[in-house]
Design a protein around this ligand. Structure first.
Ligand code: PLP
Length: 372
């Protein structure tokens, strides 16, 4: 069976994990490898500060805590996304106001955000689906006018850009994932990006179980104690050491993924031109980080037929999110608006195998099966 995803090892992971143990003598969090990874992100992309977390879900939870929501405050989230984009804010007592996607791609429709804003709206959560940017100028302009916080869900968006700006550095806060299905992995893992200085001190405290231990380790205070709420959001040095091996190989990983992605696109374009499906859409303002290759079929039946055809050929292709506004947990809390584009992507989108160790012949084979 050709899997949908296969985690890639660069070969340096175990060496760096051993180094964390034998040389640095530190396995808990916030050690040398954590600092090295965080420095990499701040220097390469220009965050004001970033903190490694144990998952993107944790980074989103930290972001939601930093927003200091009151019960009933409203947060605008696309319905076509992973549960965590909404769940992190639900845990803080927020009401989720679900936004529809665009017809051209699954990102939330920035032109229709304003109609969702009420006096209770506090946060907008743009999710950069497949690592392709939402229209951030429009979103930031609306947020600025209504004094809203923007939390970018950049789970899939590492090393991707909007008009030359790295995704995750545009909103006030952002969250990345290093789950094994992402381009750069550490098993489970994530990153909180902070672009607004007012959040930095509290973020460090939330990260370290509600204490100012990070300040203590830097020698800024002579004892540390309980200052705020928080949790154990920081990963161990083993996770950070693994991640460092991946970050060192980022260019190689990205260029191989882009090569495979481009081959899918080249081979499937003639079928898209015949109207069999639509290909991923990358607007002029966005780059492609080759996180995902997806097709959107005209209806559920045609998608189901294609998934079966691929499975019969030992190829695992998978659909993606189910609309959150009609999920068992949120359906009776949703305000009843139809979100037709989200439902269309839930029914019609299928993702093809894409991972570093996939070879170009296999991509050609998959495209051939799709063409039959
Ligand atoms: C858009 C989005 N947000 C958040 C997450 C959660 O990431 P993690 O598994 O690192 O918690 C995912 C996971 O795939 C995702 O796709």
């Amino acid at each position: 069976m050709i899997p949908f995803n296969l985690p890639h090892l660069t070969g340096k992971e175990t060496e760096y994990i051993a180094e964390a143990i034998l040389k640095n003598g530190k396995l808990s969090g916030n050690g040398e490898f954590t600092k090295r990874c965080q420095r990499f992100f701040t220097e390469k992309y220009g965050f004001k500060k970033c903190l490694l977390t144990t998952s993107c879900t944790d980074a989103l939870e930290m972001a939601a805590m930093l927003c200091e929501l009151k019960p009933g405050d409203e947060v605008i989230v696309p319905s076509y996304t992973f549960v965590s984009s909404a769940l992190a804010f639900v845990r803080e007592g927020a009401k989720i106001v679900f936004a529809d996607s665009m017809s051209r791609n699954p990102n939330l429709d920035a032109d229709r955000i304003e109609e969702l804003i009420t006096p209770r709206t506090k946060v907008i959560v743009p999710v950069h689906y497949a690592g392709v940017a939402c229209d951030m100028d429009k979103i930031m302009e609306i947020a600025g006018r209504h004094h809203l916080i923007v939390v970018e869900d950049a789970a899939q968006a590492i090393d991707s850009y909007y008009k030359g700006k790295p995704l995750g550095t545009i909103g006030h806060l952002s969250a990345f994932s290093f789950h094994e299905t992402k381009n750069i992995i550490s098993g489970e893992g994530g990153l909180l990006g902070i672009n607004d200085e007012r959040f930095i001190r509290r973020a460090e405290i939330l990260w370290e179980k509600g204490t100012n231990r990070a300040e203590f380790f830097r020698g800024e205070v002579n004892k540390y104690g309980w200052c705020d709420v928080g949790s154990s959001f920081l990963p161990s040095e083993m996770t950070a050491a693994f991640l460092w091996a991946q970050l060192e190989s980022m260019e190689e990983i990205q260029s191989k993924r882009k090569m495979l992605w481009n081959e899918y696109y080249r081979l499937l374009k003639p079928l898209a031109d015949q109207g069999r499906f639509t290909l991923p859409d990358i607007p002029d303002y966005a780059t492609n980080n080759a996180h995902m290759f997806y097709l959107v079929y005209p209806n559920l039946e045609e998608r189901t037929t294609m998934i079966k055809k691929l499975r019969d050929a030992d190829i695992l292709a998978v659909f993606h999110y189910l609309s959150l506004h009609s999920s068992p947990y949120y359906a009776d809390k949703h305000d009843g608006r139809d979100l037709p584009q989200c439902d269309r992507y839930a029914d019609c989108l299928v993702r093809l195998p894409l991972y570093f160790d996939l070879d170009i012949e296999t991509v050609r084979h998959i495209a051939e099966i799709i063409a039959r």
